[in-house]
Design a protein around this ligand. Structure first.
Ligand SMILES: [Zn+2]
Ligand SMILES: [Zn+2]
Length: 152
């Protein structure tokens, strides 16, 4: 990964920089990560706090209990709601960055997957789904569904 790597929240008010090589990147399929991402998993890049620098904006804090009896401290942009990172009060030196917020998320190379017992079954056939290179034309597809056709 080229350093420093910049990132931001979706509205751009919060910007940050990663200045040190992360430990690794993990995918998590737990139900909390599905809620968090409003999707079916989340990605986390673990790095030392000294390698993370907030460049602009302010983060708001929210806490939740974890399955292991600890606390996850979650930091997010109060304007757009985008989650930026988590931390564990028992390991305050580690930042758990939500690296989909990196300006160039193509640098991500997850090395491990967790909570596979919660993985959504459709992900196993994910690469076999019909696909288009750019935005799906939902209005056209819905019109076809309404006509009794199968757009995909
Ligand atoms: Zn924002
Ligand atoms: Zn999770």
């Amino acid at each position: 990964m080229d350093l420093p790597a910049r990132g931001s929240c979706q509205c751009g008010n919060v910007t940050y920089e990663v200045t040190e090589e992360p430990f690794y990147t993990a995918v998590c399929h737990c139900l909390d990560c599905q809620k968090l991402s409003a999707s079916s998993f989340s990605v986390t890049m673990l790095l030392r706090r000294s390698g993370f620098e907030l460049l602009s904006g302010e983060l708001k804090r929210w806490e939740r209990p974890t399955a292991s009896g600890g606390i996850a401290v979650c930091w997010f942009c109060p304007d757009c709601g985008n989650r930026i990172y988590h931390e564990n009060p028992k390991a305050p030196d580690i930042v758990r960055l939500k690296p989909g917020t990196l300006d160039d998320p193509s640098v991500l190379q997850p090395q491990v997957r967790g909570w596979m017992c919660r993985q959504q079954p459709w992900l196993e056939q994910y690469s076999e789904l019909p696909s288009v290179d750019r935005q799906i034309d939902h209005l056209k597809a819905i019109a076809e569904v309404e006509q009794g056709k199968r757009p995909f």
